[in-house]
Design a protein around this ligand. Sequence first.
Ligand code: KG4
Ligand code: ZN
Length: 400
Amino acid sequence: MKILAIETSCDETGVAILECSGDLERAEFKILGNALHSQASEQAAYGGVYPTLAKREHQKNLAPLCIRSLTDAGLYRARDDGEKVIPDTLTELRDPGFQVSVAELLSKMHAPAVDMIAVTRGPGLEPALWTGITFAEALGNAWNIPVLGIDHMEGHIVSALLKQVEGGSEKGEVNSQPSSFKLQAVHLPLLALLISGGHTELILMEEWFQYRAIGKTRDDAVGEAFDKVARLLDLTYPGGPEIARLAEKSRARGKNTVSFTPPMMNDATCDFSFSGLKTAVLYHLKKSDSLSEEDKQSVAEAFENAARDSLVAKTTKALRAEAPQTLVIAGGVAANTVIRNAFLNLIKTDFSDVQLCLPDKRLSGDNAIMIGAAAYLRKVSGIAVFQKLKAEGKLALNLT
Ligand code: KG4
Ligand code: ZN
């Protein structure tokens, strides 16, 4: 089965083509095309993600990325009969420029040999989600291919369960193109710590695609805290990698006098909170008039340590309470080496019978591969529901 997958929930536009085979126990994914465009440099001027800009960028990039991905997959077949293809759902694309670009795309190619289109339906920025959904439905309508809506966070969970099987460059190299993945043998129940720019939550999956919320942030997401602290330190967006870079320099120096208390350590629940930590950083910075490079590095390290310790403490609590067989750490922040190492260490020392699944670093940030893989797993599980989609900015993992 070939899947064309689309991701536009935030500031990455992704179009991937996956060739999928096998059942839930032996699923394999050959990545035939993977066109991904990050808007980070455009968004950097705003210090975060600006929804209107995100929508405009997705509208501009979706058609070219789709052509690139299909071409890489060998599925692009040009047509030159001059016929104009207008999908029934064209008006749903709203923006006239977007309508033109989609109508042009559809008029210059034949329907590709794709069996299903998968698209992120939420959670995320609604204008950004709508762009991907209306694009997917226009293609599905014109090409007569079913469209399946996927929860972005489910995509992140699945991303951690994919293991590279062949080819490509070194596993984990961010710039190399992924090639083939297979689904790891997964033992349920599975506990997932989802850490991204919009989410920080602990979710238990006792049966495939049946979720129970164990804990969540009461205010900021951890990625959001990384981004906000980065802004306080005059670093560019996205802040996570920048903070990590500075923190590493501080660690190499080895004598940090700055420290912040990890949040929520004495709280009995598995909830998180990161806004107080961000405020603690702010107050610390207000104490001095000027900041040297070394001061910034010390603050970055202290912040990263506190965030890490809080994530580890709450996940430990959940591991004790729920005794899962598998622990997944996923979402953009799962790229963080210090956080990854802390969990590798925790599992090695205290939970050696739990299988830890971390995403390949090329799949930890937003991408369309994870959306296509989740769609395939839903399809082979017999629980894919094809319906008219709407963007659901606050979609919570289907907790039934
Ligand atoms: O999952 P993701 O790509 O987008 C959302 O769904 O939100 O996550 C983006 C978040 C941003 O807050 C970014 O700063 C953070 O992930 N991030 C990191 C690192 N790489 C990305 N945070 C800490 N360390 C990193 N290395
Ligand atoms: Zn994400």
